[in-house]
Design a protein around this ligand. Sequence first.
Ligand code: AGP
Length: 614
Amino acid sequence: MCGIIGYVGGRPCQELIVQGLERLEYRGYDSAGFALLDGPGHGFALVRAVGNLSKLRAASESLNGASVATTGLGHTRWATHGRVTEANAHPHLSGDGRVAVVMNGIIENYMELRRELQDGGVVFHSETDTEVLPHLIARAYQGDLVEAIRAVIPMIAGHYAFVAAHADEPGRLVGTRFECPLVVGVGTDESFLASAIPAFLHETREIINLDDGDIVVLDADGVHVLTADGASAPHPVERVEWDEDAAEKGGYDTFMLKEIHEQPAALWDTIGDRLRDNGSVIIDELGLDDAALARVERIHIVACGTSFHAGLIGRYLIEDWARVPVHIEVASEYRYRTCLAGPGDLVIGITQSGETADTLAAMRVARERGAHVVALTNIMGSQATRDADGALYTRAGLEIGVAATKTHTAQVMALALLALKLGRLKWALTEAGATDLAEDLRRVPDLIEAYLASDGPAKVAEVAQRYRDREFFLYLGRHVGVPVCFEGALKLKEISYIPTEAYPAGEMKHGPIALLEEGSPVVVVAPDGHVFDKVISNIQEVKARGARVIAVATQGNRQISQHVDDVLWTPKTPALLSALTTVVPLQLFAYELATARGLNVDQPRNLAKTVTVE
Ligand code: AGP
């Protein structure tokens, strides 16, 4: 949530800062701003604007001459404290205008600090928690920005990453982080500081990952990392091999559509070399050897949003293939309940970004109890991997669309691999059974690829057009179709703002059926499998109440068309693996409805790609 970019070097940096912010816009897009520092004796040139980055670009045209500045810091905001206004947009300045700060995260004791500063005569210009920082730094400043920041850090509570500059020290940026990401980009005679690598990936692939409590100084001498007590703490420079084009739309209208179409590749890559023909699975990064994994008696899964839905699907896979009981809960609840995980338990935190505050907190709670915690994530080196004992990486590539698509199916695939591995280790699967499942899993990406190249997506678009004006959708499914419904319904509500309800079809009679009236659209996930007939009965029940049914069903099924109004066909798979294929038309359905309504699917209102606040 929110994006930070900072630059120190020899080049005029206004455009570098704005471009960096554009690449971070997926993290927050309520408002944005930057401050540039020209040279000794000058103050900051500050530009801020409400709305997306095009508004900031327009506002920055008012800057005449500041574009020669070679030190700058910028921010794109997702509001937490204070409304979406220009005054609340970052950077924030100290009263004397000499200190500029951009921050991600939350200063939890800001009210107290604000009162204390106000009592000392400080006038605040925003409603944000961030603004206490420039004032505190200015008050502590005695000619050295690093020392001032070191003095301020013990005063603040919360989780944050911030970057500051002082007008008396042009050519210098100082940043620090605690439980929020901040990464350094190391260029030739220049360096960057950002909340995420894509911000500077066009400029350098050499990065330094910072640890909690590190203070980093960027200046003409390069990059220096210090500990909280000021000691030098050199960090290794690592190289990222990410595909730069991942941050571009590559011919698609939106990132979301591009990422839907990247699902076959995300799944092939997630399988990679981990799956052997005989059904054995090699996952190197779990931090548990096979003997220890075989002893796991209980699994807890914690996650939020779409990642939680992947976890729900994972439960079906793990319990069916490995016969290990799985407890799953949304992280924001798990973290505040009595945690019963302990030594011998495996806890999986699923988070594509590796940054979701609640998921990280839930993982920490379980780790403190002695459980072995694994981060299932798409981002190597993310906070989740640092907080965990091991990892399970999806290899979906960078996902920019706020609505998660390819990372979701990649998470399900990763859980399937883990389930298969556990199934063999626990002797719940025979070698022949595991071999068949391995073959089934390998086939899934090909099936999705063929589906995306078929007339299936056009059919989804046609159906979506017909339903574009509906104001409510009910989603029903059974078995593994239930989490698929949850996910389909979440996709629709987050990008089209249409209210949805998703329910286990068998539970519908206990309440949601009252929502139905003549013509109400009901999306039913109805792949072939042992609950298909039960789902047909539920379809008849909603039809009897006048509903119009859109079914997601298996290609070649002869019965379904007699019972429903529209069918979105999906490829044939074993029942459990239908979770990977049936979700694709639902992603497209949400996409088509939202675009038919003229909405920006990559930047849905009020949402942000990474939720670093609880
Ligand atoms: C997905 O479409 C949503 N944007 C959201 O629910 C997301 O899955 C959730 O915030 C969790 O994110 P994470 O996987 O990065 O932890």
